[in-house]
Structure formats: structure tokens, C-alpha cells
Ligand binder design. Structure first.
Ligand SMILES: O=c1ccn([C@@H]2O[C@H](COP(=O)(O)O)[C@@H](O)[C@H]2O)c(=O)[nH]1
Length: 278
């Protein structure tokens, strides 16, 4: 099977460098005139799939907003994943998993084994039990053409205290994550399957992202205050690997399908103006 990196590279080439999140916040459900229940969740998700599933490179359901409705919410998540796959976008499940290795194996089986009902193209993962503890995810992803995006320098202001803490060898925690993911991607062309999450909000990172070799998911555009121009400051010479991501900025244009499409197109145009052509 083709690697996730190869599939992502093609999706970006064909559809442009943009990831849009499905984050059905209670406030957005209300804004869309939908009830804050599974019916509302289902209608919200179906509308986003209809609007964006056939035009955006990557769609990123935020698992938390489905999990909050229990098993019926997870059933909607499963259905949303299937609809997105049928529509042709890559599915990145934002679920930020991480644990001791034996448990990570079960998370890997849940999301990266094609026989699972919540199988997706890629997941987000947390490295704070050690990047090495995520090895079962990396291995299953490599086996089945999946991807893993590991948190490095997150978009929220609280992240810096942990991520910029300096380790015994003088590197920050984030730089150790960056270096380990860079190793995993070594030699992969056109793009590695193991990505990093680096917020668009964080300004000049002071970190070396030049050797990552995989995608750099950049959340924080729009509702969190970053604009496309901030990508230049954050990513500098690594802009060619950036996959900008936003949720509320686009979703707040709904529920009108044409308006959702127009909002995503606007963000994409802004990002293309900053990112090198791919
Ligand atoms: O550093 C991170 C990592 C993940 N996220 C997620 O992205 C979306 C952002 O939503 P917006 O509405 O565009 O603010 C959300 O699901 C976060 O959990 C992030 O924001 N920052």
C-alpha cells in the first residue's frame, strides 16, 4: 500500500494545502440552528462532509466532540469517517492518544488497523510518555499506509512550559520530539508519514524543523488568532511542509453548504499566498 506521506502529498497537490476540522462545539450547533444532541451532531457532520469532503485535502474530526455523546456519538464518528473516505478526503482523527507502549498498541489497533470501525488515514498522538512509547502506532501506520502527527509545539499558550523545558542534554522537550520524528522519516519521499503538530499561533519557534521530512500540521488559524501570514514567522524555511488547519473559522460560515465551501476556499487562497507552490 502507498504510504500516508505519498497519499498526503498527492492530496495536497490535487486539492491544495488545507486541513479543515469537524469540531461540533455546542455553540456552533446552536449557531447552525441544530439541537445539542446526536441528531444535531449527525446533521452538522453530514453537512461538513457534503460541503468539504470532495474538495479539501484533509478533514480532521475532533474526537472529543463525538465522544461527549457516548456510544451514539462514536457511532456518528464512525459514519462520518466512512462518508469522508467515500468523498475522497484524507481523514485525520484528532484524538491525541498516548500511553505506555502496551496500551498504545490497542490505540494503534483502534485507529490504524484497516479492520477497525474507527480506522482513519492518520491520528494525532501525544509524546509525553516518551516518543518511544508511540512505537506501536508508528509500526502499524507504516504497515498499513497510515500516518501519525505527534504534538511538538502546540498552539495553546499553556503548552510552552512543558514543550520548551530543557532536557538533560540541552535540547528542549519539543526538539527531542522533532528529532525523533525526523529520524522516523529519514529517506522517505516525497513526504514522510510521520508529522508534527506546530501551532500557527506560536511565533518564531526557535526550533529546527528543517530536517523533519514529514508534514507539519499547523492548527490555530482563525479562531485562535493566527492568520496565514503568521505561518511565515513560525515556519520560516520549512514552509513547504506546512499543512494549515482550521475549524471554527470555516465552520462558523455554516450551515449553508456554499458558504462553508467559500470559507474554506478563502482560507486556502490566503495560505497559498504564503506557502510555496506544491
Ligand atoms: O496544538 C494544537 C493541537 C490541536 N488543536 C486542535 O485543532 C482544532 C482547532 O480548532 P479551531 O476552531 O481552528 O481553533 C481543535 O480541534 C484543537 O483541539 C489545536 O488547536 N492546537
Amino acid at each position: 500500500m502507498e504510504s500516508f506521506g505519498t497519499r498526503l502529498h498527492r492530496a495536497i497537490t490535487e486539492r491544495g494545502p488545507l486541513c479543515v476540522g469537524i469540531d461540533p462545539h455546542p455553540g456552533l450547533l446552536a449557531q447552525w440552528g441544530l439541537p445539542d444532541d446526536v441528531e444535531g451532531l449527525d446533521r452538522f457532520s453530514r453537512t461538513v462532509v457534503e460541503a468539504l469532503g470532495d474538495r479539501v485535502a484533509v478533514v480532521k474530526p475532533q474526537s472529543a466532540f463525538f465522544e461527549r455523546f457516548g456510544s451514539r456519538g462514536v457511532a456518528i464518528l464512525e459514519s462520518t469517517i466512512r462518508q469522508l473516505r467515500d468523498a475522497g478526503s484524507l481523514v485525520l482523527l484528532d484524538v491525541k492518544r498516548g500511553d505506555i507502549g502496551s496500551t498504545v498498541s490497542a490505540y494503534a489497533a483502534a485507529y490504524l488497523d484497516p479492520s477497525s470501525p474507527v480506522y482513519v488515514d492518520a491520528v494525532t498522538a501525544s509524546p509525553y510518555l516518551g516518543v518511544g512509547s508511540l512505537a506501536p502506532m508508528f509500526e502499524l501506520a507504516a504497515e498499513h499506509g497510515g500516518g501519525v502527527f505527534v504534538l511538538a509545539l502546540t498552539s495553546n499558550p499553556e503548552g510552552a512550559a512543558v514543550q520548551r523545558a530543557v532536557t538533560a542534554d540541552g535540547r528542549t522537550v519539543a526538539q527531542t520530539v522533532i528529532d525523533e520524528i525526523s529520524q522516523l522519516n529519514r529517506g522517505a519521499t516525497p513526504l514522510g508519514s510521520f508529522g508534527l503538530v506546530v501551532g500557527a499561533t506560536i511565533g518564531d519557534t526557535g526550533h529546527d524543523l528543517s530536517g523533519v521530512g514529514g508534514p507539519l500540521l499547523a492548527p490555530g488559524l482563525g479562531a485562535q488568532g493566527a492568520g496565514a501570514a503568521d505561518l511565515r514567522t513560525v515556519f520560516g524555511s520549512s514552509l513547504a511542509s506546512v499543512l494549515p488547519s482550521c475549524s471554527r473559522e470555516v465552520l462558523s460560515a455554516g450551515p449553508d453548504v456554499a458558504a462553508l465551501r467559500a470559507a474554506a476556499d478563502r482560507v486556502l487562497v490566503d495560505c497559498r499566498a504564503v506557502l510555496p507552490a506544491r
